[in-house]
Design a protein around this ligand. Structure first.
Ligand code: ADP
Length: 372
């Protein structure tokens, strides 16, 4: 029964209780106490919080049972949304899941992982930038890198798509951004991954820029400035397919800018092998794999995944065509996946990135990217 113990306006801040577990008899505090506590939880009294919001706030309380300063003036509802929808408790991606991208991985280890693991060494001259930009065509592993960073550095991972700030959280974007950075600062080390960051920090709108998106952008830059100058262990990663749309202010804050290109032939081979092997379906010869790589020039990592998916449907479709009922189908009834399955799948799964787009990335990389 949460109303009788732990987190809540009535007992919040009282020296008699601890949020985590200590039973607190339901004695009302005096009026003055209630007033100050109410303001601390974003204007909501304990009675107005539902159980899930209360549980979520409890988890953010420090060992002293107090809600951290940064969260006290935020709306509990938004704190809960950040915790439930944006915070990823188990990013579940390791470096070894990512094909290729050796240069990017090396930079990230040095710039991000080591400083997060050893903040004591990475200070002064060695202090790392707090903003990283991953740019390149869609489906090349930018989100995977973000998740892997969080996993490897044992950091909390927050994922938000910048376009959802205006579409999903209409009119609440600014408040949500504050809540996001607030919760992140209580969950350090933290990685905040902002997908499609161009839609938030774009230079395009500066003329007739919508008032609300301008405010959102300002709020975002203020929050970034806040942790950039401090000793907080928060890393902001922006990802974009349209780096050319970022303005100067965005570039200044995203000090390291890594090009995440389409996968090389070796990386494509690795993806095919890895995905099939995981499911125990790898029966292709090395020659077959080389052929697949030759046929998939220009395919992104995500295209390759879709291709493998489609190819593995080949044996299944064939078995069903031979009259086996899906409910009676045994795994042994299906032949291995062949090169022909991949050739058929290539008709269905086309590359999603056009060659002309690649020129833009190369050019931007030469001008603004962190080259090897
Ligand atoms: P992005 O963020 O660059 O748009 P994602 O990281 O979301 O792309 O990748 C989408 C999916 O494509 C991944 O879940 C993964 O299955 C596959 N993929 C993309 N790039 C790679 C890669 N380098 N190695 C392994 N899988 C990849």
């Amino acid at each position: 029964n949460f109303t009788n113990r732990g987190y809540g306006a009535r007992s919040y801040g009282s020296s008699r209780r601890g949020v985590r577990g200590n039973f607190v008899p339901p004695i009302k505090s005096n009026g003055g106490n209630v007033g100050s506590m109410t303001s601390r939880i974003g204007g909501k009294g304990d009675d107005e919080l539902n159980d899930s919001t209360r549980t979520c706030l409890e988890m953010l309380c420090g060992p002293d049972g107090e809600l951290p300063e940064k969260l006290r003036n935020l709306e509990p509802r938004l704190i809960e949304q950040v915790s439930n929808e944006i915070m990823d408790r188990d990013p579940n991606v390791r470096w070894s899941d990512i094909a290729g991208l050796e240069h990017a991985k090396k930079c990230v280890v040095e710039m991000v992982i080591w400083p997060l693991l050893r903040p004591d060494i990475f200070r002064g001259c060695r202090s790392p930038g707090k903003g990283l930009l991953l740019f390149g065509p869609p489906g090349t592993g930018k989100t995977m890198i973000g998740k892997a960073i969080a996993g490897e550095a044992k950091a909390t991972f927050f994922y938000i798509s910048a376009s959802s700030l205006t579409s999903k959280w209409i009119g609440e974007g600014e408040k949500l951004v504050r809540a996001l950075f607030g919760v992140a600062s209580c969950r350090q080390p933290a990685v905040i991954f902002v997908d499609e960051i161009d839609s938030l920090l774009s230079q395009r709108k500066s003329e007739g820029e919508h008032e609300s998106s301008r405010r959102l952008k300002t709020q975002f830059l203020i929050e970034m400035e806040g942790f950039d100058s401090g000793s907080e262990q928060i890393l902001l990663i922006g990802a974009t397919n349209r780096p050319q749309e970022l303005d100067e202010a965005a570039r200044r804050r995203l000090t390291k800018r890594l090009y995440i290109p389409l996968p090389s032939s070796e990386a494509r081979a690795w993806i095919v092998r890895n995905l099939l092997e995981k499911d125990g379906l790898l029966k292709l010869s090395e020659e077959d794999i080389v052929s697949i790589c030759k046929l998939t020039e220009g395919y992104s990592g995500s295209d390759m995944k879709n291709l493998v998916k489609d190819a593995t449907m080949g044996p299944l479709r064939e078995a069903l065509e031979h009259g086996i009922e899906i409910t009676k189908l045994k795994k042994e009834d299906m032949r291995p996946v062949t090169l022909q399955d991949f050739e058929n799948a290539l008709q269905e799964v086309r590359p999603s990135v056009s060659l002309s787009e690649l020129g833009i990335y190369d050019k931007w990389n030469k001008q603004f990217g962190s080259l090897a």
